[in-house]
Design a protein. Structure first.
Length: 224
């Protein structure tokens, strides 16, 4: 069963659960997505389902992509992504995938490109501490300091320095699905997710193990 979908980050809000606890959630417009291709091991060497999301104008697509949509009689899509599956027999081109594939209580992994924050120093980028302001060092408080020790006389690869912050593809794992609105194709996911507002998100069933909650038996209820 496919438990993956492409969505769009709408914003954040908060909801209350049955016990009255306040839960911060991210509102995600999940789908509807259209199956634009099915990959089989006989033809492609692997099995996967290709989904398309968000309608696009024909003038904004190149001829190969536009030809693929026209060949399958599908409205052109802005975002296309493949999701690996063990069995793709139940899927066909043109099939629609909606947010109803998830339910409240599911755990998902959300992937997206983070918000770009430009060029940043080591304090903001790597959480470095500031240098002392004593002895007249008023202009060095946010400086990084020395790049190395006694040797070798070069900057080692992977040294944490100033540079471009954000604008990278990341995955946040094991996020709880608080609620699903199947009619509006909306997911409420606990906590924050990457991407800018109205940015594209790739949502899949989590790869991490979900702990099984065992019922605590009351010793007083045991038969004597």
């Amino acid at each position: 069963m496919l438990k993956s979908i492409i969505g769009k980050k709408v914003g954040m809000t908060q909801v209350f659960d049955d016990k009255g606890n306040l839960i911060p959630v991210t509102v995600i417009e999940a789908g509807p997505c259209v199956v634009t291709g099915v990959r089989t091991s006989e033809k492609d060497g692997y099995t996967a389902v290709q989904l398309g999301f968000d309608n696009a104008k024909e003038k904004n697509l190149n001829k190969p992509k536009l030809g693929l949509f026209k060949k399958n009689n599908i409205t052109p899509k802005k975002v296309v992504k493949e999701f690996r599956l063990a069995d793709v027999a139940e899927f066909s081109v043109g099939q629609e995938i909606k947010a109803s594939i998830f339910k409240a209580g599911d755990y998902v992994d959300v992937s997206a490109v983070t918000k770009g924050k430009g060029y940043a120093g080591v304090i903001k980028r790597h959480n470095f501490g500031m240098q002392p302001t004593t002895h007249g060092q008023s202009d060095r408080t946010r400086a990084r300091g020395s790049s190395g020790g006694q040797g070798p006389q070069k900057v080692l690869k992977g040294m944490r320095m100033s540079g471009h912050l954000g604008n990278e593809f990341v995955t946040i794992q094991k996020l709880l699905v608080v609620n699903v609105d199947a009619e509006k194709n909306v997911l409420l996911i606990k906590g924050a997710v990457p991407a800018v507002k109205m940015g594209t998100l790739f949502i899949s069933n989590t790869l991490k193990k979900i702990p099984v909650v065992k019922e605590i038996k009351n010793k007083n209820n045991k038969k004597k």
